[in-house]
Design a protein around this ligand. Structure first.
Ligand SMILES: NC(=O)c1ccc[n+]([C@@H]2O[C@H](COP(=O)([O-])OP(=O)(O)OC[C@H]3O[C@@H](n4cnc5c(N)ncnc54)[C@H](OP(=O)(O)O)[C@@H]3O)[C@@H](O)[C@H]2O)c1
Length: 219
């Protein structure tokens, strides 16, 4: 598949490594420009591009920048993406450490709903609670008893299915976590966030989530 990755940090870098290893055609962007991605490109064979170019022709686009940077992304980002492109949002809101106060999220808007409003494109929330190193170190074949499951939320069922198939290819099970209105169940500080467990435990953790945002995650 043709895949665009916007953000080349912990998560974006490791997804670039694994998706190129699987044979996908990956373009990757950061904020400082393609010339700063030469090392990652040489290591993986990915094509370094600008953020504005990353989605061009892509069937899957991964947006994996700090949440506060989402409004800075170029407008019309997905205008030239493949029709029906799936956009994966890995983002989390860390008001105290990184992102500053975002009133709409504090008032209860799911983080991914806020992100998709800024992107102007539906998103599929995935990998937001996965340790970046696990993407490299913990893939396992389907059926393995220790295979980790990743919750996946999204309103576009076809896009969600595309993302779930890709995650399976990456070596993880998935659990359908519902639509974006339900995606608070996998936000920071919920039971599933950072949980390294199989599908059954992930589904249980999603069901046990509380909408209450702990003080450490508010501003
Ligand atoms: N780290 C984890 O284990 C982990 C796990 C799950 C989810 N997440 C979430 O996933 C998101 C990304 O996390 P991360 O740890 O990968 O972040 P990170 O290591 O800080 O990397 C962020 C990347 O985004 C790029 N970026 C920032 N602003 C940009 C812009 N305006 N246009 C294009 N690229 C831009 C940065 O480029 P420059 O370096 O050029 O500025 C950098 O490549 C966050 O919301 C985080 O909470 C992280």
């Amino acid at each position: 598949m043709k895949i665009g990755i916007i953000g080349a940090g912990n998560i974006g870098g490791n997804l670039t490594r694994r998706l190129t290893a699987l044979g996908h055609d990956v373009s990757v962007a950061n904020s400082r420009g393609p010339h700063t991605l030469a090392e990652l490109a040489a290591e993986t064979g990915a094509t370094p591009v600008t953020a504005a170019e990353a989605a061009r022709g892509a069937e899957v686009v991964v947006v994996t920048v700090p949440l506060k940077a989402v409004p800075d992304l170029p407008s019309g980002l997905f205008a030239e993406a493949a029709p029906g492109a799936a956009v994966i949002d890995t983002g989390n809101y860390y008001p105290k450490e990184r992102d500053g106060r975002i009133a709409a999220i504090e008032a209860g808007l799911p983080e991914s709903r806020w992100t998709e409003q800024h992107l102007g494109h539906p998103v599929v929330k995935a990998f937001n609670g996965t340790y970046a190193q696990d993407i490299l170190e913990r893939p396992l074949p389907a059926g393995h008893p220790k295979r980790i499951a990743v919750p996946v939320a999204g309103d576009d069922e076809a896009a969600k299915e595309t993302v779930r198939r890709l995650i399976d290819e990456l070596g993880f099970d998935t659990v359908d976590a519902g639509g974006i209105d339900e995606s608070w169940r996998q936000q920071p500080a919920t039971p599933v966030y950072g949980l390294r467990a199989g599908a059954e435990a992930v589904a249980k953790a999603l069901a046990e989530a509380s909408r209450e945002r702990p003080a450490a995650f508010t501003a």
